[in-house]
Structures are given as C-alpha cells and as structure tokens.
Write a protein that binds this ligand. Structure first.
Ligand SMILES: [Zn+2]
Length: 124
C-alpha cells in the first residue's frame, strides 16, 4: 500500500469470513466443508455485497464490533447463505472430493451403541 501511516481495508471481509466460519461450524451444515468451498463461499458473498472500506491508523486496533451494525450482519448472512447454496450445488472440485461433517459416523456409532445396549439387555 502506498500510504504508510494508514491502513485501508474492507470491513466486510472480516465479517463475511466470521459468519461463514460460524455457518460452517454448525452441526447440521449439509454441504462440503473443505477449505476450497469455504473460500468460494466467502468470495461469492463478497462479490454480492457493497464493500465497506474504512481507514484506520496503522497499529491501532480496529474495533470491529462498533462497525458491524445489526443490518450489516443480516445482509452478510443472507449473502453467505445464498453463496452456500450455489457452492453446494456446484463445488469447484469433484463430488468425490467433498468433505462432509462426520455426522454419519456419529450416527453409526450411536446405532452401534444402542445395539450393544440391547445385547446387554437381552443377556440379562
Ligand atoms: Zn469442498
């Protein structure tokens, strides 16, 4: 950057990243959660949002919470959800490479657990 004393950045980048990470960490997320898809969601959402650049003095910590209004969060969330739908339907990689949350493994374990319990009960 040409200007040395000040830092210019799009606060939405942080917000979109935060919200995307929040959405991807939900236990019921039903799409690939690999880094490529996560990055694609962030890029897509950012392309659909008007950037919000701010200037801060270098070295000064930018207070993010004050800048993110409720409306901004709502707008970002909407775009993130739309981007997730798009990436889910058309990931940048083959479907075989998709990385899903290990919900299935947990269900299998749960099933096995119940079977074991049943077995034990039957033995009594
Ligand atoms: Zn992926």
């Amino acid at each position: 950057m040409l200007i040395e004393k000040y830092h210019i950045f799009n606060v939405l980048e942080h917000l979109v990243e935060d919200i995307t990470n929040e959405m991807f960490s939900m236990p019921n997320v039903d799409m690939c959660v690999c880094d490529r898809c996560r990055a694609d969601v962030i890029a897509l959402a950012l392309n659909h949002l008007n950037p919000k650049y701010v200037v801060t003095e270098k070295g000064r910590i930018f207070s993010e919470l004050e800048t993110y209004t409720f409306q901004m969060r709502a707008e970002v969330l909407t775009e993130v959800l739309k981007a997730m739908e798009k990436v889910k339907r058309k990931p940048s990689h083959s479907l075989e490479e998709s990385l899903y949350k290990e919900v299935n493994v947990d269900l299998d374990k749960l099933e096995k657990h119940f079977k074991d319990v049943q077995k034990k009960n039957n033995q009594k």
